[in-house]
Design a protein around this ligand. Structure first.
Ligand SMILES: [Zn+2]
Length: 182
């Protein structure tokens, strides 16, 4: 799977400048994520930047440490940005989210409600599920649904490094937190 070479996909014509910036940010997040995992976080990290390229918030998944099933990295980063800016409506700030994996069904909802304008992610959900056993949920046609709502999406950025971090999480025997089926 390490030889995997998935093409970047988007719901708009790919803008190389946006993509280059996203690659830089996401590779940085993947590096940092290893330390977050060592400190007890789940294997996902999200950062929100403004249109000038200034970091607004950066949060890892804290489901285990906070004993809260919806504390995914994206939800934590949105909450931190809204607290910092003092608003429930981030749309006026023209914000971009960068995340180490494709958002799950819950986080897509959280993103829609937040007013974030652009999403850039690394490892797609089918690979996250294959590697970790997490259930990312059903997300029919979400690229188009986001486009209809004026939200730009770029996916599959720097996937090989993202895969390595997830595989390492599993290899270390870290918790795959999810509801039990029995
Ligand atoms: Zn999520």
């Amino acid at each position: 799977m390490d030889k995997i070479n998935i093409e970047v996909s988007s719901n708009e014509k790919i803008d190389q400048k946006k993509l280059k910036f996203a690659q830089k940010i996401i590779i940085g997040l993947q590096q940092e994520l290893k330390d977050y995992i060592t400190d007890g976080s789940g294997p996902f990290l999200a950062a929100i930047y403004d249109s000038a390229g200034k970091l607004i918030s950066k949060e890892a998944n804290s489901v285990i440490s906070s004993a809260c099933s919806h504390n995914h990295a994206e939800m934590n980063a949105i909450r931190a940005a809204e607290n910092k800016l003092g608003t429930y409506d981030l749309s006026i700030y023209n914000l971009k989210m960068y995340v180490t994996a494709e958002p799950c069904i819950m986080c897509l909802g959280g993103i829609l409600w937040s007013g974030i304008k652009e999403i850039y992610y690394s490892v797609p959900s089918d690979l996250v599920e294959k590697i970790t056993g997490f259930d990312e949920g059903f997300k029919p046609n979400w690229f188009n649904e986001f486009k209809k709502r004026g939200i730009t999406v770029y996916g599959n950025i720097a996937v090989p490094e993202g895969i390595r971090v997830l595989k390492e999480y599993v290899k270390q025997g870290k918790t795959i937190y999810k509801p039990s089926k029995s």
